[in-house]
Design a protein around this ligand. Structure first.
Ligand SMILES: *Cc1c(COP(=O)(O)O)cnc(C)c1O
Length: 493
């Protein structure tokens, strides 16, 4: 007996009534499926909005510091009734598009710039319209295969031998989380082991690694910050000494977190030596190459990454080095079965999905089940433009950093190490006064100006400015403009 069912039947015995009700509801919800003509109208308006954005872009500021308060989104109800698309696009222009940092601008040379190549947006558009279920091979063999082909390409770029697997994630943070989870499972680290287990990294490792450790509870492990050389790279000798000392104390070293392109200075840890030490002591080596990884496409800096193929897991961010819009990262794990072991799960209601097992499915290699078909935004631009265009664009960034490294010294600035990749750290030492206060003031003036956006960091107590160039829209023009702005602010100081 089903009480709820019985009650329902007693109230609504007439099937015609049910059919009438269904038809009325269908009619009310029908606007969710616009017809061809309606689609054309709304699409044209959205396209016009983005075209105007792109046309304005070369003359827009890279940073709009003012207006946060007065342009904040007003508190209002979403509303039961349909809105007007022109008004909605106008609303976005005012309250979203122009506020804060403009990552689409070539003048965005701060933090690690993102991308936003046009072809990716069209890939996203198709992925959303067609809405393939990209989580499980059974549901969309084509989508999953296409993503796996991209993983293969990136694995080959890293130099992995066959047998690896990976996942296209929402970004480097989640990719790091997956890598560290896999390390924990592969090394058999249980909750009770945490207090005695040791993780090695440096002060230059990206904070998303610390965040991943925290999420996993691994922040309860012993965490060693291995000392750095003058170029802010991990000192392998110090790593080995620390491992030996920890083992002698009865601790259990299990994981090394190295960087191939640090956020502060773009430094690449000596991966060859670190990998050899990791193997010698049987530690998992995870390499965070979220920023630096796709510079592997540039032959001239490839050797700086030597040893990366020995890592057990590697992270790269297509939304950085492949200029994809935000929301695309990659985790690679050298031995597929380890990634699988850490993430696969079976559910009764998924039993049909187990029929086809020819390919790995993202759902068994990551925390996600339903997921955006991210592969399409990465695949379409690579195919439409060809890899050579990406390589050239990355190589241009290497040369822009070298150019800036020399030119900024001509203006009297002090520079950090010669750039490994596309980040230069620099500061101005005034005749009189505190350099930290001076450079803090300087960046505030640059932000106020807004034409170029750069960010700063703190290295050994020094307030340093960063030239971090990675946008596909940053060229000589933007670099020279920054030099001109800097020159104007320090002349006579
Ligand atoms: C950007 C970055 C991350 C974090 O990646 P998200 O894509 O922002 O989540 C991790 N490590 C490094 C070195 C990065 O540059």
């Amino acid at each position: 007996m089903d009480l709820e069912g019985d009650l329902f039947l007693s109230k609504m015995t007439n099937l015609d009534e049910i059919i009438k009700k269904l038809k009325a509801l269908e009619k009310e919800g029908k606007s969710l499926e616009p017809d061809e003509g309606e689609r054309e109208i709304i699409r044209a308006k959205v396209i016009q909005h983005t075209e105007e954005f792109l046309k304005r872009l070369p003359n827009e500021k890279a940073y709009q510091r003012n207006g946060y308060a007065d342009k904040a989104i007003p508190q209002e109800e979403l509303g039961e009734q349909p809105g007007n698309i022109d008004e909605l696009l106008e609303f976005l222009s005012i309250h979203v598009d122009k506020l804060g940092i403009n990552p689409a601008s070539g003048g965005h040379i701060g933090y690690i710039p993102g991308g936003g190549i046009y072809a990716s947006s069209l890939g996203d558009y198709m992925a959303a319209v067609i809405n393939k279920y990209a989580g499980v091979f059974f549901a969309s063999p084509g989508a999953v295969r296409l993503e796996n082909k991209l993983i293969d390409w990136v694995g080959n770029l890293v130099g992995y031998p066959e047998g690896f697997a990976g996942n296209i994630t929402s970004g480097g943070s989640i990719a790091n989380l997956i890598g560290i989870t896999t390390a924990r499972v592969a090394k058999g680290i249980k909750g009770a082991d945490y207090a005695n287990s040791v993780i090695y990294t440096t002060s230059q490792a990206h904070h998303s690694l610390d965040k991943a450790l925290k999420i996993l509870g691994l922040d309860e492990c012993v965490i060693r910050r291995v000392p750095l050389d003058k170029k802010f790279r991990m000192l392998p000798g110090e790593l080995e000494e620390q491992i030996k000392a920890d083992k002698a104390e009865g601790l259990k070293p299990f994981l090394v977190l190295a960087s191939a392109g640090t956020t502060d200075a773009g430094a690449i840890d000596p991966l060859n030596e670190i990998a050899a030490i990791s193997q010698k002591y049987n530690l998992w080596l995870h390499v965070d190459a979220a920023y630096g990884g796709f510079f592997l496409l540039c032959g001239e800096v490839r050797e700086k990454f030597d040893g990366i193929a020995m890592a057990d897991s590697v992270v790269l961010d297509p939304h950085k080095g492949l200029f994809n819009p935000y929301g695309t990262g990659i985790i690679l794990v050298k031995k597929a079965r380890q990634l699988l072991k850490a993430h696969s799960y079976e559910a009764n209601y998924m039993q049909d999905a187990n029929i086809a097992k020819e390919e790995y499915s993202p759902a068994e290699l990551s925390p996600e089940l339903s997921k955006h078909f991210r592969g399409l935004r990465m695949w379409l631009p690579l195919k439409v433009h060809g890899v050579a265009a990406f390589r050239a664009c990355l190589e241009e960034k290497l040369w822009l950093a070298r150019y800036f490294y020399y030119k900024v010294q001509e203006l009297g600035f002090e520079v950090g190490p010669y750039p490994d990749l596309s980040i230069v750290i620099f500061r101005f030492i005034p005749e009189v006064g505190d350099p930290n206060a001076f450079n803090k003031e300087l960046i505030s003036k640059i932000h106020q100006d807004g034409r170029i956006f750069i960010s700063s960091t703190n290295l050994d107590g020094k307030f340093m400015l960063r030239f971090a160039v990675l946008s596909f829209r940053s060229h000589l023009r933007e670099t020279d403009l920054l030099l001109k702005i800097l020159g104007g602010f320090v002349s006579g100081a």
